[in-house]
Design a protein around this ligand. Sequence first.
Ligand SMILES: Cc1cc2nc3c(=O)[nH]c(=O)nc-3n(C[C@H](O)[C@H](O)[C@H](O)COP(=O)(O)OP(=O)(O)OC[C@H]3O[C@@H](n4cnc5c(N)ncnc54)[C@H](O)[C@@H]3O)c2cc1C
Length: 415
Amino acid sequence: MAKYDAIIVGAGAAGLVAAKELESYKLKTLIIDAAPQVGGRLHSEEVDGFRLDHGFQVLLSAYPMVKKHLDLKALQTKAFSPGAFLFSGAKTITVQDVNRNPAALFSMVFSSVGSIFDKLKMARLRKEALEQSVEEIFDRKDESTLQFLKDYGFSAKIINRFFKPFFGGIFLEFDLNTSARQFLFIFKMFSEGDALLPAKGIAAVAQQLKSQLKSTEFRLNTPVKGLQTGKVILDEGEEIEAQQIIVATDPQRILPQLEDTLDWNRTMQVYFEAPSNVFSKKLISLSFAKNGLINNIACLSAVQPTYAPAGKHLYSVSLKKDPGMSENKLEEAIMLELKPLIGNATKDWKLIRSYKVQKALPQVDQVVYERPFEESRVMDGVYLAGDFLLNPSLNAAMLSGELAAKALILNHQQA
Ligand SMILES: Cc1cc2nc3c(=O)[nH]c(=O)nc-3n(C[C@H](O)[C@H](O)[C@H](O)COP(=O)(O)OP(=O)(O)OC[C@H]3O[C@@H](n4cnc5c(N)ncnc54)[C@H](O)[C@@H]3O)c2cc1C
């Protein structure tokens, strides 16, 4: 008789949610992760009182899985203002969601983000996205976001000034090749809810999922080399038996027989400490400069004060790609690019850390909202979970964990 009913490889959002489901059926479960902490890509670090998330990441309150599995109040979240602040050199445009801030209507009508027709189309798109269910959105024709926006009649101006920087920064690719289904899903989520920062950083999401587990055992710092029927083989050679196994990570290394290779979108982020906040609103600032390094900049501590120690501010600068420079050169290049926007304010800024996230978002060929849970099973007693199975989002990661657990539980009950 195996020691465990189930082993889950991977303690990211997918693995933690799968464990929660297995616990509700009283299955004896072990989670194994190679990293020293749970959370996978939900990772934050504390450096001299600053909370540094590994890659700029927001928690969308409208995600169905967030509503189901997380207690936002306990996470003590704070929200960005809906909209964005766009800049190129010294030119700036504020884009506000007039439905959530009617007072912004006048300034939006006259803003130079796009033509009046673009703004009317934006209002129509928002209405359609709110009316459609996520299932309807994922049932629509699969085409690139760029093609969808062109076919919808948006001008090149609004595509280049708003959609490319905003959604490029979310998809982590700036040609908007990502599926229009994903675009509409995220557009709907932004229209329905808030973009949040938890008080203790994005890693707090994983900590809260972990805190919901009562009987699940954990082995961290423990890389898994492979699987054999009914057992997991660790890098160091130890074998652990389980009746069934969920692989809640890219299976390339553990299950090479699946021959699936995943490509990933990457990102680079640089954090600065500063004595003051130069942006008056709690908006994400997006660069639409053609040749710039920067995609977005945000004063995170202006939104969530816990991100910086008292009397200091934390700026996050996300780059379009890794320019391959030393940190000193990078700091200079960022300051130079920001100078037309904020003048000499950056002279007191100090680079804290920079992070390169090579595997940030999986490139999913056919994005779907969900799949029949039986499809999580890839071999006898082996199931897959992870955002890469559905679409690149936290919502998908959590949902994939539920689906894999459901398939495992059914098999357990039938055995
Ligand atoms: C910079 C960045 C920005 C993002 N922004 C957003 C956003 O704004 N909105 C949004 O919805 N999503 C965003 N995401 C995506 C979101 O974080 C992921 O979809 C989600 O966290 C993925 O969870 P997962 O459990 O599927 O995978 P992961 O978090 O990757 O978890 C996999 C786990 O498996 C472990 N593992 C891997 N191999 C082994 C092995 N051989 N042995 C043992 N353990 C192993 C890893 O250590 C890891 O803990 C962002 C991600 C990044 C990195």
